[in-house]
Design a binder for this molecule. Structure first.
Ligand code: COA
Length: 250
């Protein structure tokens, strides 16, 4: 899921001529699938704009088109254009001004910078952590980093093997922080790696003046929901949807 980029603003219909969809992105590890990304969460594409994009993707030989995570108003329009939901995400947020920071010394794991030269290894971990078709490749991880004006990429290593145990990509736009991607190697779970990475992310956001942090995760992802709620995130009422349209062979 690439689209942990929700803005908590109400979505409004787009009335001008400005396109609401960005350039289609390749879906990682699936050469016959592309992703339509709603660039701005304050706008909703119209059905004609969606269908024009679908037509182009079909002519390029794509067999399916998936969306980024959509707020309800955008999801409704994609449904009108023939798309069906393939994943529903719960949106959570934490108030950074009232919630308490965790001290670094109480974490069992030290975090460090995730270098861009490690994105291939991180992508490999990401794919094992999320499973197909949700794993990111290195290019998608780099895209996630550039989705917000500021970002931070952190890792925890398995000390002896110097292998990645987990990583977290975080973003910040103004006073809102976003946990964009968190993945822990299945062999390293329930050892506090995920918590250390989130504590580190929230501490960075607080230091930089963020007042609120947001994250989304699959509505049935019990491990992630338990982790975020144990830290103080609260579920928001609205859910996000990822949708798909299957295309006939041309
Ligand atoms: C979600 C995930 C990041 C958790 O990482 P982790 O390193 O295993 O988590 P931690 O060991 O730090 O766990 C911290 C707390 O989260 C909760 N938790 C974690 N895994 C859990 C599980 N499988 N079931 C229930 N609660 C769980 C617990 O409250 C846990 O505290 P405890 O161990 O003291 O009970 C990991 O399972 C993962 O990578 N999953 C696949 C990818 C994913 O879902 N990413 C995040 C969503 S976008």
């Amino acid at each position: 899921v690439n689209a942990a980029d929700p803005l908590p603003t109400p979505v409004q219909a787009l009335t001008g001529t400005r396109p609401a969809l960005g350039r289609p992105r390749p879906w990682p590890y699936d050469p016959e699938c592309s992703q339509l990304v709603v660039i701005d969460h304050t706008s909703v594409p119209g059905v004609p704009e969606i269908l024009r994009r679908v037509q182009v993707e079909s002519e390029r030989g794509m067999r399916r088109v998936r969306t980024s995570a959509l707020f309800p108003a955008a999801a409704e329009v994609f449904a009108e254009a023939g798309f069906h939901p393939i994943d529903v995400l719960t949106l959570l947020e934490i108030d950074l001004s009232t919630s308490r920071a965790t001290s670094a010394s109480s974490n069992a794991h030290r975090t460090r910078r995730l270098r861009s030269s490690e994105f291939a290894a991180a992508a490999d971990l990401d794919r094992r952590a999320f499973g197909d078709p949700w794993g990111n490749d290195a290019a998608a991880l780099a895209d996630i980093c550039s989705a917000t004006p500021w970002h931070r990429a952190r890792a925890v290593s398995v000390r002896a093997a110097r292998r990645l145990a987990g990583f977290c990509l975080d973003g910040r736009a103004g006073q809102i922080g976003y946990v964009q991607r968190l993945a822990v190697d299945p062999a390293c779970r329930r050892q506090g790696v995920g918590r250390a990475l989130i504590d580190d992310a929230l501490a960075w956001m607080r230091r930089r003046g963020a007042i609120r942090a947001m994250v989304n995760t699959g509505e049935h992802n019990a491990a992630a929901l338990a982790l975020y709620e144990s830290i103080g995130f609260r579920r928001r009422a609205e859910q996000l949807t990822i949708m798909q349209l299957d295309l006939p062979a041309t």
